[in-house]
Structures are given as structure tokens and as C-alpha cells.
Design a protein around this ligand. Structure first.
Ligand code: FAD
Length: 218
């Protein structure tokens, strides 16, 4: 948490699970591809998912200039962007003690609009974040495409982090019983790439995709 704030950045419940250094935060932000961004819209609270990339000390978001909620974010309203990595299901001897292993973070602040070369650079950073090296394999965005894209930056200044690890903490009377307890780790993995139905024959799977996925069949 880098910046003085009046916001509560430590959970009331299990505060020992909260807090991290910036490197730990960055590792989570560099692993997770989707953020859920919440703000107060004219119609009430709204939280929507969006792909994002960390670009140094900011999160970069983008979408259509016609997007209603992105235009609200562009106006500088307060937002909270939450990212979550679900690592395991904790199976306790009771429903009460069951839970999840996770790492999660909230980044608070106001978005600014990036334009021109800065916007183009941020979009390239996003593309290479999702598929490292992809920008070297494809054409540059056209001025028309760039004009149709709203690029937002959310500074990483106010943030909180929380994680849950380990195993269920069942009380002694449950540990004496016959119910199984443990954890079931969970991971997200890429599968074989599937060529588009309209892909011309003879076009090989590019290096960026090969690096990401298990070996393709074609
Ligand atoms: C995958 C997953 C599953 C979860 N399942 C449950 C569940 O079933 N029941 C449950 O009670 N809780 C669950 N949590 C934890 C939940 O997100 C809250 O941390 C928890 O409910 C504590 O709330 P609180 O009232 O203490 O938080 P508050 O006191 O309201 O939080 C104060 C501040 O702490 C920070 N903070 C709180 N929680 C988090 C967080 N998770 N990540 C980052 N910053 C945070 C925020 O800055 C917030 O403003 C889950 C979290 C994850 C990621």
C-alpha cells in the first residue's frame, strides 16, 4: 500500500491474511488476465470483468469508444479493480471450515485516458502481455482501429492484497472424526490451439502461440 489513504485497506476478518510487498502484488497482476472493475454508476453499483495488463506502475484497460461503462471510467470516477487467482479448494471436515486457497488484490483509484503514441504503446503492451511476442507477428493497428479504441490507465498507488493458503483448520472434535480433509489444487492451463475455420492452408502456428499452448496438432 504505497499511498496515504482514508480508505480501509485491511480486511476486518482474518487480517493476518492481508498485506504483501509490491513484488508479490505485481506477481499476481502479471499472472491473472481478468480484472473485475467496480464503480458507482448512475443506475447503482456495477462490477464488470475486463482483460487487463500491468504496464509498470499502472493497469491498462481498453475497449470500444462506444462502450458505455468504459466511457464512465474515462470520466474519472472512483473505481476498484479486483483480481483473483483461485488456487485450491480446501476440503474441511465440516462445511463451516471449508474454503478456498486464493490470492486477490484490489487496486483503487481513478482511470486516465491514454491517447496517441502512449495509447498505442499501452495496447501493444496489452497484446504482448496476453501473447508474448505477438506484436512482432502481426500488422500494426490502423489509425481507424486506434480511433475506435478507448485506452485507460489505472495507477497502482492504493491497493490491498489478501491470500489464503494451507489446509482447513478443523477443531479437535472434528479431527477425531471420519470425514476426509485436505486440499484440491486447481490450475488454469491452455489447451491445444484450434485453427480458425477460415485459416488458409499452410500457415504455421506462430511462436507466440506455440510458447503458450501445448503442441498443436496442425
Ligand atoms: C476466491 C475467494 C473466495 C472467498 N470466499 C470467501 C467466503 O466464502 N466467505 C468470506 O467471508 N470471504 C471470502 N473471501 C474473502 C473475502 O474476499 C474478504 O476478504 C472477507 O470476506 C473478509 O471481509 P472483511 O469484512 O474482513 O473485509 P473488509 O473489512 O470490508 O475489507 C477492508 C479492506 O480490506 C481489503 N480486502 C478485503 N478483502 C480483500 C481481498 N479478498 N483481497 C484484497 N483486498 C481485500 C480491501 O481493501 C477492503 O476495502 C474469499 C476471497 C476469495 C479471493
Amino acid at each position: 500500500m504505497d499511498e496515504a489513504t482514508t480508505r480501509t485497506l485491511t480486511p476486518t476478518r482474518l487480517p493476518d491474511r492481508a498485506g504483501a510487498d509490491r513484488a508479490t502484488l505485481d506477481a499476481l497482476l502479471d499472472e491473472v488476465l481478468v480484472a473485475h472493475v467496480g464503480f458507482t454508476s448512475a443506475e447503482g453499483p456495477l462490477v464488470l470483468p475486463i482483460g487487463f495488463a500491468r504496464d509498470g506502475d499502472r493497469l491498462v484497460l481498453h475497449g470500444s469508444t462506444g462502450s458505455r461503462w468504459l466511457r464512465v471510467l474515462a470520466s474519472g470516477v472512483e473505481v476498484c479493480a479486483t483480481v483473483t487467482a483461485l488456487d485450491a479448494i480446501k476440503v474441511a471436515r465440516s462445511a463451516f471450515e471449508s474454503g478456498m486457497r486464493y490470492r486477490s488484490a484490489c487496486v483503487f483509484g481513478r482511470c486516465t485516458v491514454l491517447t496517441g503514441v502512449e495509447a498505442e504503446r499501452a495496447l501493444e503492451a496489452f497484446t504482448d502481455r496476453v501473447l508474448p511476442g505477438r506484436t512482432t507477428e502481426i500488422r500494426r493497428s490502423t489509425p481507424r482501429e486506434l480511433a475506435a479504441t478507448l485506452v485507460l490507465a489505472l495507477p497502482i498507488t492504493q491497493w490491498s492484497y489478501k491470500s489464503s493458503d494451507g489446509f482447513p483448520e478443523d477443531p479437535a472434535e472434528d479431527r477425531a472424526g471420519d470425514a476426509w480433509a485436505g486440499a484440491v489444487p486447481l490450475r488454469t492451463a491452455y489447451d491445444r490451439p484450434v485453427p480458425s475455420p477460415d485459416l488458409r492452408e499452410g500457415i504455421a502456428v506462430p511462436a507466440s502461440v506455440r510458447a503458450l499452448a501445448v503442441p498443436p496438432t496442425r
